[in-house]
Design a protein around this ligand. Structure first.
Ligand code: FSO
Ligand code: SF4
Length: 511
């Protein structure tokens, strides 16, 4: 008897589905509540009027069900009740009907639903900064309705690509929101060392929460360090202006239970990826916005971070400068190569490609994760030829972002473009290069080597497919929700392939 069913992330049990409890730590009760919330959200989208308040509720519900966001049954129940109270039409839908239907339909509907969840996270961050796009907002209703219909595989496939198209708009919107609010990222060197005295570690993806925390800690003798996907925040002028915004602590999300165990500082989670919080550091963890974990103190919508600041002062931080490194021993991480920065040196970039100093560009991006095989990405980057550049984004970069691979004619070989949503920057750079060389993106000496873990990576992948990007290498394993027939379509139409070994894949790419 299955107690639950979930196969939305890369670490799903036996690469098939979690049926007893989540590998992520989600209990079957939480998983079933998240299914109920998804079902209610689909019912709601079928009858709700299109307006800001309803859109926000839909986005919040979708974001809540993303992997490693919310483990708290009470808050999910509250959201289900809020949604149920607003359902005004007579419709009944159970997401379990999707899990139980024909495997190709299940696969296509999963691609839409999981892509939508990822997009909801990006739309949420943009809305917090006051930025919305009507086409993006309307699509949430339309796509959720589609999931409840009896559409054909063909119709669903075109909806899958439509999800990718709208997600591109959504990432563009978030890029606009972040840069108009906090300035255009500039190249910045970030230290991995921790200075003496009280400090706060902030993780997740939300720039707004970080900005508020920086404001509230100013002049209080409490330093702020990023963790995980917050690292690129150091490049934004309106954030880096704070002298107490110091550096980066730790590596990617899957190492948090080890890295936080003895930390003499509080940790603020602004989004995923939160792992089950161990007793050894539970009293030091704070969540805010959509993130929740039972028993962990939550900072509400008033965003009063006083309890976090007081905790930092109480714990006191390290007594002396504490040297730390990335996973390869490097202690400086360079960030800030967003599309504006890279395109500001477009002439130089074009020149080094034309002269042959740069023969290939690799986009090695995506999520990190716990699986052993993920050292593929470290090895891949280490083995790339010296006349190649590596664009990177999202938390998978912690596998190699502390490596010093040198420069080519003044351009660093590793260019960190930002968070997962900054895949938009990579797309911008690729399309501009294609224009300059008067060819298609697929004809550029550019290869996409992606790592996926959760649903934000799904919507980014759909965007790349919508753009017609071919030969994407995807790992560490293919999604369990892609059925053999759907995979065949992806292989035939887009030549998508699973990663094999760095040696073999590099040989194939470079011929
Ligand atoms: Fe990583 Fe987690 Fe940003 Fe994801 S922290 S895995 S793709 O949430 O969103 O990259
Ligand atoms: Fe399993 Fe991933 Fe779902 Fe968690 S989110 S229950 S690990 S498939």
């Amino acid at each position: 008897m299955e107690k639950m069913f979930c196969f939305q992330c890369e670490q799903t049990a036996q690469s098939k589905g979690c049926t007893v409890q989540g590998v992520c730590g989600k209990t079957s009760d939480t998983a079933n509540l998240q299914d109920e919330l998804t079902s209610k959200t689909i019912e709601f989208a079928n009858c709700a009027q299109f307006n800001e308040c309803n859109t926000k509720l839909i986005i919040k519900a979708l974001f809540t069900t993303i992997t490693n966001v919310n483990f708290d049954d009470d808050s999910i129940k509250k959201l289900i009740k809020e949604m149920s109270d607003k359902i005004s039409c007579d419709i009944s839908f159970d997401i379990k009907s999707v899990w139980e239907c024909d495997e190709d339909i299940r696969s296509l509907k999963s691609l839409i639903l999981f892509g939508l969840k990822g997009m909801a996270a990006y739309a949420y961050h943009a809305k917090i900064l006051g930025f919305s796009d009507e086409a993006v907002d309307k699509f949430f209703y339309e796509a959720l309705k589609e999931i409840s219909k009896n559409s054909s595989a063909e119709e669903l496939l075109s909806f899958v690509l439509k999800t990718g198209e709208i997600n591109l708009k959504c990432m563009e919107l978030l890029d606009k929101a972040n840069t108009q609010t906090y300035g255009t990222p500039v190249v910045t060197k970030v230290s991995t060392n921790i200075e003496p005295g009280p400090f706060i570690v902030v993780t997740g993806h939300d720039l707004h929460d970080l900005a508020l925390l920086l404001e509230q800690t100013e002049g209080k003798g409490v330093n702020v360090y990023t963790h995980g996907e917050m690292l690129p925040c150091h490049a934004y002028p309106q954030l880096k202006k704070y002298s107490h915004f110091k550096g980066n602590f730790g590596t990617a999300w899957q190492n948090q239970q080890k890295e936080f165990a003895n930390l003499p500082a509080p940790i603020l989670f602004t989004t995923n990826c939160i792992m089950p919080v161990k007793d050894s550091y539970a009293d030091r963890v704070f969540t805010t916005s959509i993130v929740r974990f039972p028993g962990v103190q939550h900072i509400g919508e008033d965003k009063d971070f006083t309890p976090v600041i007081n905790k930092a002062i109480e714990l006191g931080g390290y007594k002396e400068l504490t040297k730390m490194t990335g996973i390869n021993g490097g202690d400086i991480l360079t960030v800030g190569f967003a599309h504006n920065t890279v395109l500001s040196i477009a002439d130089k970039l074009i020149a080094v490609i034309k002269s042959g100093s740069v023969k290939h560009i690799f986009l090695v991006g995506g999520c990190d994760g716990a699986k052993v095989g993920r050292n593929y990405y470290t090895e891949f980057v280490k083995q790339t030829p010296k006349d190649s550049l590596i664009l990177t984004l999202a938390c998978g970069k912690y596998r190699f972002n502390d490596l010093d691979l040198g420069e080519i004619d003044g351009i660093p070989r590793i260019l960190d473009m930002g968070q997962c949503n900054d895949a938009y920057s990579a797309i911008k750079v690729a399309t501009e290069l294609a224009k300059a060389f008067n060819c298609s993106v697929n004809e550029l000496p550019l290869s996409f080597v992606l790592s996926w873990y959760e649903q934000k990576a799904v919507c980014i992948l759909l965007t790349l497919l919508y753009l017609g990007i071919e030969n994407i290498m995807l790992g560490p394993t293919l999604p369990a929700f892609v059925s053999p027939n759907v995979l065949n379509i992806l292989v035939e139409k887009f030549k998508i392939k699973p990663v094999t070994t760095p040696e073999k894949d590099l040989k194939e790419v470079l011929g």
